[in-house]
Design a protein around this ligand. Sequence first.
Ligand code: SAH
Length: 470
Amino acid sequence: MARLGIFPVSYKVRGKQILIIGGGVEALAKARLAVKTEARVRVVAPQITADFSGLDVELAERRFAERDLVDTALVFIADAGPDNAYAAERARAHGIPVNVVDTPEECDFFTPAIVDRAPISVAISSEGDAPVLARLIRARIEALLPLHLGALAGLAGRMRDRVMAALPGGDDRRHYFEALLTSGRIEHALEAGDDAEAESAAEALLEAQDATAGSVWLVGAGPGAEDLLTLRAQRVLQGADVIVHDHLVSDEVVQMGRRDAERIAVGKAKGAHSFTQKRINDLLIRLAREGKRVVRLKSGDPMVFGRAGEEVAALRKAGIGYSIVPGVTAALAAAADTATPVTLRKVSSGFVFATAHGANDDELAHWAALAHSGVTLGIYMSKSVAGRTASALIGEGLSPALPVGIVVNAGRADRKTYYGELGDLTGGHKAFAEGPALILIGAAVAEGDWQQAEALIDRAARDAAKELVA
Ligand code: SAH
């Protein structure tokens, strides 16, 4: 196995100086890193060409002098300069480590890519071999660590003395800090920037060791592809103790939580209501009351045909904290798949999320009127009632020639698209592929890329048949 040529350490710089020799863009990049710390930062160069304004650094536009090294923790040599070799030699003579930018063989230390959630930091180093790879890894870790992580660490730090006094046993303390660091109430408060609420939750936790009230996150899983999940959704999933998911949520996304998180499928496949909404509400409340961090994972966006309203009402009534993480809803995934602008200047002034499932005559009349004025319709749960819906809309005065695009399995690799006119849906159209379908109706639909789509009906054959009849 390969061994490390470096030893990762966290080097104290508080109260000391970081010296940067050079005045160009490389020096500026190092200065940006250095000002993240509590060190004083001094930049020395015969000519300072980069723009250091806005950075808390001391600029010295002159040649390096040995006195610049007083109280210095680290030296960076950036940009070519007349005194570089001399400065490196003097620094080393004083026992100060030197980094020569872009010259790994002359470096005593490397600067890792840093994820900064002060006081928490994560450093990723490639020993200077592949800094770009290190930055890519950093981006992934950035996505996993919430911005309020530093605040959480700070809160734990502030509680330390009180915890020491209140809880004599090491086990009790460890349990307390575990509860604090995983408390949904505290996380919600910090997310919302409410430090006072976080503080009082931390206090409550100390007084009543059992105040570990759980919390529920209603999370949008998007249309299926793992990379159409938001970063927040991914992070919240990683923190879940229990994931309660619908059958429409793809397996890849359900698997994204921690391996040992409990997963409960509450599939409401059409026709097979294995879980009533009431049972789901009760389940969420029970799990939260057990102190668990519950993720209620829904396909698309939780607020769109996701019965989130009922779940939120139940949680509110039970006094359980909740928050919503939005997701890419099926209609917008369908629009993206087909480059269809659902709103379009001078063509479509709006977009309606509608469902044909259980829609009554009044509702259909209403959508027909909207579509008539140019609004694009995005129709959910309509596969089995597409024909009836189209007939009703035409009956309400919509043109049978209005463009229609259908995406089955939108946002997934196995998507299928169909294109035609509203009238095509009223009879004899192609059978749709397996999977959830989204129907887009309106003049703007014609502006999408539907070249790859299957025609809803064979138009030439239909016209020939018409002629025969006539
Ligand atoms: N909350 C979900 C909708 C749930 S209702 C969202 O925001 O997308 C279920 C309906 O959504 C399905 O009947 C279908 O019309 C639509 N749907 C869900 N996922 C889909 C997908 N990947 N492709 C096309 N339609 C989808």
